[in-house]
Design a protein. Structure first.
Length: 152
């Protein structure tokens, strides 16, 4: 199995707070087309928390994922700081999401580049609206055989 599955009650307070920040970011989500809200929150090495949420467009391929919005916000205002962790959560309009939500393939690739840029792994803390939390210690765990700068 990839990563470590734990109960919400087993999270330490730092991770619990970060996941809550991701849940707060759901309120900023602009997803009128999919009605699928995604929230992300990055913990920086300074202790600051930077949030992001998905941001859709009537031209569907232009939709931005929460993870990349959050990383963009970090890059815009905190580019010298390290992203230590990112919490990600989601809420749909239909069924309750009780399984951890994992980043899409494009976000995995972007997160991987961020790990390489900062030479530090990014821990991922993933949860749906309820249920177990999945902890991944590095993006590399969910993007094997990845393309990276080594090939260029
Ligand atoms: N979405 C994210 O924000 N992150 C992901 O990793 C998967 C998908 C968003 C994009 C779109 O706004 C909605 O979820 C449905 O795909």
């Amino acid at each position: 199995m990839i990563g470590k599955r734990i109960k919400l009650a087993e999270l330490d307070s730092e991770d619990f707070d970060l996941l809550n920040a991701a849940k707060m970011a759901l309120n900023d989500s602009y997803a009128p087309y999919s009605k699928f809200n995604v929230g992300a929150a990055c913990l920086l090495d300074t202790g600051e928390i930077i949030k992001g949420s998905n941001f859709e467009n009537s031209s569907y391929p232009l939709c931005l994922c929460a993870e990349r919005v959050a990383l963009g916000a970090v890059h815009a205002a905190h580019s010298t700081k390290l992203v230590v962790k990112m919490a990600i959560t989601a809420k749909g309009s239909g069924k309750l999401i009780d399984e951890p939500i994992t980043p899409c393939g494009a976000c995995r690739q972007v997160l991987l580049e961020y790990e390489q840029k900062q030479s530090e792994d990014i821990q991922l803390i993933l949860q749906g609206q309820s249920g177990d939390v999945l902890i991944l210690n590095t993006v590399k765990e969910i993007l094997p055989l990845s393309f990276d700068a080594e090939f260029l």
